[in-house]
Ligand binder design. Sequence first.
Ligand code: 86X
Length: 477
Amino acid sequence: MKISDNGILRCGEMMAYYDISGCYILRPNAMKIWNIMRTYFDAVLEKAEVDENYFPLFVSASVLEKEKDHVQGFAPEVAWVTKAGKSDLNVPIAIRPTSETVIYPYFSKWIKSHRDLPLKLNQWNNVVRWEFSKPTPFIRSREFLWQEGHTAHATEEDADNEVGLVLEVLDHYRHLYEEYLAVPVVKGMKSENEKFAGARYTTSVEAFIPETGRGIQGATSHCLGTKFAKMFDIKFTNKEGKNELVWQNSWAYSTRTIGVMIMTHGDDKGLVNPPKVAPIQVIVIPVPFKDADTKEISKACCAVKDALREAGIRAKEDLSDNYSPKWKYSHWEMKGVPLRIEIGPRDLAKNQVRTVRRDNGVKADVPRVGLVEHVKELLGKIQQNMFDVAKQKRDDACVVVKTWDEFVEALGQKKLILAPWCDEAEVEMDVKRRTKDEVGAAKTLCSPFDQPEIPEGTLCFASGKLAKKWTYWGKSY
Ligand code: 86X
């Protein structure tokens, strides 16, 4: 499902359009999903002894521009405050597009000795990047929410191993996608061209949208080395009393996660929310007939809802009498509620309810006795099924190619391509040049950590040189 289809976002009341291009209102349903993910990730940070802090939104021009290397290429995206009221500011102030230039000068002040390391900080904030390519809600917006983590370590080993958290955090990003959003992702290494220029290496989780045939970077985790330490003069005295540069890492995931979830699961009836993050997991709807005892049915609906809520399930009833049951069904389907419970006179008489799954439409009659346990199980099954279906679709869209002709054909068929590659930056640039069209050019998404075997003598699909690794390629968001 494309994000622009049917205005499903507006119908699902996740977001609303705003009168500034590229800016969107995140409505309660989106914020609920965001906060459920945040609760998971905050617990991860707590366990990993990463401390929460908050740096200002603004960057002074001098600090931002001190780091020409880092800002270069991004400069056109930086938004500036130039006025207060009617008067021009003496010096314009930039709005953070990411917080390296905001945070690292203070790393330099605060880190003096090996006892100050590791320093592990995270913040939840908004950033602004004044993008000029087509804006899309959640996927590419000019302001978005994210968490950004920044760590500093005494040694390369510390930065590179579990203390440094690069791969640990990446696996938590995978966990959020796969276990919360029911979106399959690939963990891997970014190519030289696609890595963060300030990093030694960049790892990412990559998703794929079969309908549009495009890959999408889900989140990134970087091993930065000492590049920023040199730029910002971040040094400490080691145990021998000598001055050394710190080794840094950084990582982030943003509200783009929600966009990937919407595109992965949405259908022609609207949103489909995975139970784990669904703001409402169960909607209970009375189905009164003409002569039925409406009051008793409503009472049963409330009792079922109360029992579910008591058990920690996010349930709600829809008793409004000015809409028909049918209208309500499509209303809550559109909003993506994973499970509907209907109660009519027959159900009342038989002490049962009717369950209807949003993911596959399957209906069942379920006894009131033991209902809560049954619903818990059902929500678990829906979560699993949504992941399995999404994974099957992703896997079906994936092809292995060995030659340039196969590559071009697969690209035309909107495939996710796994190809043997020589891992040379110029070859990737060349592939980009040769595949450019309206949607953009093919590029590497990542080289999966989980590498299939590469038989001796396998050649690169694009250059014909010896292949070094398997890499995912495709058009991307
Ligand atoms: C790259 C890199 C990095 C901390 C992360 O991916 C994790 C969290 N940051 C962000 N990036 C920029 O450095 C950047 C810089 C400027 Cl000045 C800009 F306008 C846009 C940017 N976009 C991305």
